[in-house]
Design a protein around this ligand. Structure first.
Ligand code: ADP
Ligand code: ADP
Length: 226
């Protein structure tokens, strides 16, 4: 686990557009930070720079105190959970969760140990031999999170993970993500434009506007009118 520091982070795309402008943000070890702002304000760009999927034009990105600007995504040891939880339909829950460990060439015994540990935490242990098509939406989401946690990543990054779900499931998953994050104590950055998620999930909310960080505050300070 690790803290994440953004120092004067700027992203200028090839066409000259500055999507992220001089952003400074310290995210503490174990902290849950929500990133909000209107569409096009730079949330995804910022998240992708943290993960390493987007080059940083200027500034410094530190993870666990180490500068990672030039580090490849796989060497940053972060877990990204995307909007559509592309699970492999032909693989069992077990193999879906094991997938990143197989890729990283972990031995069978270690794969087995970690998959069981993750599936217990996520209450998926009774479903390990099932295929995604036979799971509920919530269970599928837990499989996706299982895949993120088996790698024992230093941080979780979520890009609007609940936006495709119906209201009821969204409520359940919100509670589940919150519970899991507290239980794991893992540093988390979570992009959303759902105000309920912003108000209930995070320790702090960072508000982006036209690429600039406008405000960083606790949900209480941000959403309670004086
Ligand atoms: P958000 O996630 O907040 O909706 P994005 O980070 O996706 O915002 O985009 C921020 C701005 O950068 C937008 O104006 C978008 O059009 C622009 N942008 C995103 N990706 C690219 C790209 N690859 N090339 C040029 N401009 C981009
Ligand atoms: P979202 O609103 O869900 O963040 P977008 O439609 O903004 O998604 O972006 C989807 C993809 O298109 C992203 O990979 C982004 O980098 C790319 N993109 C967005 N805006 C531009 C742009 N102006 N030029 C080139 N690519 C872009």
């Amino acid at each position: 686990m690790a803290d994440i520091t953004l120092k004067n982070i700027t992203k200028q795309y090839g066409d000259g557009y500055r999507a992220v402008r001089d952003v400074n943000l310290d995210i503490a070890d174990g902290e849950f930070v929500i990133l909000v702002g209107p569409s096009g304000c730079g949330k995804s760009t910022l998240l992708r720079m943290i993960v390493g999927l987007e080059d940083i034009t200027s500034g410094d990105m530190l993870i666990g105190g180490e500068r990672v600007n030039e580090k490849a995504p796989r060497d940053r040891n972060l877990s990204m959970v995307f909007q559509n939880y592309a699970l492999y339909p032909h693989l069992t829950v077990y193999e879906n969760i094991a997938f990143p460990l197989r890729l990283a060439k972990f031995g069978d015994a270690e794969v087995d140990r970690r998959v069981h540990q993750a599936s217990e935490l996520l209450e998926l242990d009774e479903h390990l031999q099932r295929k995604p098509a036979n799971l509920s939406g919530g269970q599928r989401q837990r499989v996706a999170m299982g895949r993120a946690i088996v790698r024992q990543a230093q941080a979780f990054l979520f890009d609007e993970p609940l936006s495709n779900l119906d209201a009821k499931l969204r409520g359940q998953m919100r509670a589940e993500i919150s519970r899991l994050q507290k239980r794991l104590g893992i540093t988390t950055v979570y992009v959303t434009h759902d105000q309920i998620e912003a108000m209930t999930l995070g320790d702090r909310v960072a508000v982006l506007r036209k690429g600039e960080l406008q405000q960083v505050a606790t949900p209480r300070d941000l959403y309670t009118s004086p």
